[in-house]
Design a protein around this ligand. Sequence first.
Ligand code: ZN
Ligand code: ZN
Ligand code: ZN
Length: 271
Amino acid sequence: MKIKILGTAAAEGIPGIFCNCRICTHAREHGGKNIRTRSQSIINDKYLVDFPMDAYMHSLIHNINFHEIYHIIITHPHEDHFYPQDMEFRCPPYGHGNEERFLNVYGPGSIHQLFPNFPNDRNREYVKLHILKAFETYTVGDLQLTPMKALHARHFECFVYLIEHQGRKLLYGHDSGFFPQETMDYLKNHLVDCVLCDTTCGNNMDGSNHMGIRDVIQQREIMIEAGCADERTRFVLTHLSHNGGLTHAQLEQAAVEDGFLAAYDGFELEF
Ligand SMILES: [Zn+2]
Ligand SMILES: [Zn+2]
Ligand SMILES: [Zn+2]
């Protein structure tokens, strides 16, 4: 299983679109891995997870032809994870040659709740929305996909996902605070190979909506105790905010000290 993380920032990006704080100033001056765009990944070069407003830019930078993408898995409808306007450009006159296959979009019922007109009338022949139920397993192409409850945005449903391919297991763990008990109960039966961890809060702590590094350390202990992670499980820190107070070099140093991997835009891992 291969994952490439295309965007590793929280909602406002790093540097924050209008921000002049220490971390954003440092990011503008030093560029490189300090620049973080909004949250998105691609699995096995075929399956997108989330579709933020930076998706178009990701397609250009990483040379991904979205015409050839047929499955998009959405964690939750915050705009840094779900930006439906751009998906509506799949039909003519905006997009041509897409009539053969649907673009399948999978996610929680909150997508329909917040965007009742997605896909719009023009796009119903081009984009298909699949509303998923927590803790049911679905086949998506050659992946097995199980949505689980996240601890995030109380007024609508948000998912983290267990994604399986040929016996390999990825826990797509953001956006979320500490995983709810129901999610931990489900995960008990699964030793995962890789976990993407919400590290929005960086040096700070939260656990009720997002996590910081110390929360992730605690979450890892809970997972090891529950038998769903061991010393071989890779924990990847992603979804960073400037408010967490870390430059990329500082995140990397903390990751090395605590046995994590520090994500950056374009980070790849095979397992
Ligand atoms: Zn987010
Ligand atoms: Zn800032
Ligand atoms: Zn969110």
